[in-house]
Design a protein around this ligand. Sequence first.
Ligand code: PNS
Length: 162
Amino acid sequence: MRRAVCPGSFDPVTNGHTDIIERASRMFDEVIVAVLINESKVGLFTVDERMEMLREVTKEYGNVRVDSFRGLLVDFCRANDARVVVKGLRAVSDFDYELQMAQMNHGLAGVETLFMPTNPRYSFLASSLVKEIAKWGGDVTAHVPEVVAARLAVRLRDHGSR
Ligand code: PNS
């Protein structure tokens, strides 16, 4: 089985992420969307919440499942019998760090990285920008799935930030 991993923080998932996940799902038998559990960084959403949103927005793709991992990505890949990581590249500025990680992951465990050019519609999109716009009452509905926009509104209202 050709299985790929789409890793990330996904705090929260954006339309840019779903575009990459959907395209990857057409190239592989199975795609695992893997949310990093990063104990040293507090997110706006918990890992469970991020996974819930990812499950909701990927449920129409029959071959995508959502999981989480801590530690090294290559260990997660090995444990799941996945030899390929799929990453979206928005711009040349993404490339430096992504190349470094890809080469390291290949050296560590022979895991290949497939870079997929982001759809130009999403080349400026980032979860951090979405959170900032939403925090100040801006409209993010063009940039994130509906379920995410709704959750952002509730979360930021609960935090008293708007
Ligand atoms: O969405 P992000 O935050 O850009 O995703 C980064 C992620 C999760 C893909 C990257 O930080 C990662 O793979 N972390 C796991 C730890 C790891 O394997 N580090 C060594 C990379 S060479």
